[in-house]
Design a protein around this ligand. Structure first.
Ligand SMILES: *Cc1c(COP(=O)(O)O)cnc(C)c1O
Ligand SMILES: *[C@@H]1O[C@H](CO)[C@@H](O)[C@H](O)[C@H]1NC(C)=O
Length: 489
């Protein structure tokens, strides 16, 4: 009986593997849809043979297999070569294998005691990333965190700790009024960090940008002086290397000059653009990054590593631990038999920490640095291809010229709006075009691409490429599909 049970369990696992490998195959097959869209109420009401309700009694392994299959069926194929909706996309097979292994090992990053191999892999990989940033001998500190928003939050915390360490024990009342600066094109995570860490969103000051979305250094200096004049303390500048919507790279060297002059912490948010450091052709866009005090870099975006995988890298050694350590006696006993500096858990604001390193390390092994470089170069070439294709094409209008990253932002102008001169009415109509096309795309399941307004600009499409499976034919498909769906709007 016992043996029978074991056999059935193993059989079940093999069938799950079968479901997964089938899914992988179909994801790369262009005749498969990107998604099979349903409204929330439809999924909640239950589909044939698939019900989200939890049951009191155990269900059969057959039903569990159906549940696995259907969970994938009604989801979105983010690895599909025509999924362009997010900065993180793709389905890297080595990365996937890494994730499977990680779940099988099912351990926790907080101590060397229970994750010896993963902890060392993390340290080694972080050092390699710091070398790529250009910090001497790859010295410094860092951690993998649950995403770029959290990595950015770390940067604000350690900046505050660096200048006002007493806040750790006494709280914000021990510090003067502190001000953070970031681009008006910033991802909202800095504002969140400002609120969550007790600075207040009023003390997050937005910097003006040029037509391509890059911070204007003179505006930063003017705003620092203004803040000082009011008696507040400018603490932190967030420069962006690859903004979320425009893919803009702020001029880091000029910003670093100002930070040095006024003694501010310089953080470079390379959540999206950090991957370009792997490319000899494109890394110049981050010139000056080696002058940053901290850098966020998400391998789960441009480098195609499965979610999630984000690093916060810090130039000064020891400051993460200084800022965050609480020395919990039940985890971080100082009298263990090994070198306890490898117990990295106390540097984190989390207690337990997921193993995000293995899939990344394994991909790096499998591709080599050169493989990542080729991936980055290819994605940027594809975006240039798209840009060349639609720039000056009838019915398309670019939001900005000459993309710096893979972000290509554009309006599709349906024939009905082409002759109309600029007016409030035309703006309102154009604002509704991208959402309508997107809805039709999702309902027909053919492709997905993001859209948003920005500042006073009405809804436009933001195309990005980070998926290694994308080819020129997929870019052609997207353009045709937008024209097909949009022609009668
Ligand atoms: C995506 C992004 C973030 C947030 O990263 P998550 O991993 O999604 O938390 C932060 N900054 C920039 C520039 C981003 O593009
Ligand atoms: C910095 O700017 C970027 C993008 O402009 C943004 O994503 C990030 O959240 C900002 N915040 C911090 C704390 O670095």
């Amino acid at each position: 009986m016992h043996r029978e049970k074991k056999k059935a369990t193993m059989q079940f696992l093999l069938e799950v593997v079968d479901i997964l490998t089938n899914y992988v195959k179909k994801t790369f097959d262009r005749s498969t849809k990107v998604l099979d869209f349903h409204h929330p109420h439809q999924l909640l009401e239950g589909m044939e043979g698939f019900n989200l309700e939890l049951s009191d009694q155990p269900e059969s392994l057959e039903q569990i297999l159906v549940d696995c299959r259907d969970t994938l069926k009604y989801g979105v194929r983010t690895g599909h070569p025509r999924f362009f909706n997010q900065l993180s996309s793709g389905l890297d097979i080595i990365g996937l294998a890494g994730e499977w292994l990680t779940s099988t090992a099912n351990t926790n990053m907080f101590t060397y005691e229970i994750a010896p191999v993963f902890v060392l892999m993390e340290q080694l990989t972080l050092k390699k990333m710091r070398e790529m940033i250009g910090w001497p001998a790859g010295e410094g500190d860092g951690l993998f965190s649950p995403g770029g928003a959290i990595s950015n939050m770390y940067s604000v915390m350690i900046a505050r700790y660096k200048y006002f360490p007493e806040v750790k024990t006494k709280g914000m009342s021990a510090a003067p009024r502190l001000v953070l600066f970031t681009s008006e094109h910033s991802h909202y995570s800095i504002k969140k960090a400002g609120a969550a860490l007790g600075f207040g969103t009023d003390n997050v000051i937005l910097l003006s940008t040029d037509e391509r979305g890059r911070v204007i250094p003179a505006d930063l200096e003017a705003k620092i002086l203004d803040v000082k004049q009011k008696g507040y303390v400018p603490l932190f500048v967030n420069a962006t290397a690859g903004s979320t919507v425009y893919g803009a790279f702020d001029p880091i060297n000029e910003i670093a000059d100002i930070c040095e002059k006024y003694n501010l912490w310089l953080h470079v948010d390379g959540a999206w653009g950090g991957g370009l450091l792997m490319s000899r052709k494109h890394r110049h866009k981050l010139n000056g990054v080696e002058r940053a005090n901290s850098v966020t870099w998400n391998p789960h975006k441009m480098m195609g590593v499965p979610l999630q995988c984000s690093a916060i890298l810090v130039r000064e050694k020891g400051i993460l631990a200084g800022c965050n350590s609480m020395c919990a006696g039940y985890l971080f006993q100082p009298d263990k038999q090994y070198d306890v500096t490898y117990d990295t858990g106390d540097k984190a604001i989390q207690c337990g920490r997921h193993v995000d390193i293995f899939k990344f390390w394994l991909m790096w092994k499998a591709k080599g640095t050169i493989g990542f470089e080729q991936h980055i170069d290819k994605c940027l070439d594809l975006s240039q291809y798209l840009y060349n294709k639609i720039n000056n094409r009838e019915g398309f209008q670019m939001v900005f010229d000459g993309p710096q990253h893979t972000n290509v932002c554009f309006w599709y102008i349906p024939p009905s709006l082409r002759g109309m001169s600029d007016s409030e009415e035309r703006r309102e109509k154009l604002h509704r075009v991208a959402p309508k096309i997107k809805a039709m795309m999702m309902e027909s399941g053919t492709t997905m691409v993001g859209y948003q307004p920005q500042g006073n600009k009405v809804n436009f499409f933001r195309m990005v490429v980070s998926n290694a499976a994308v080819t020129q034919s997929d870019i052609d498909f997207l353009v045709d599909e937008i024209e097909r769906l949009g022609q009668d709007l």
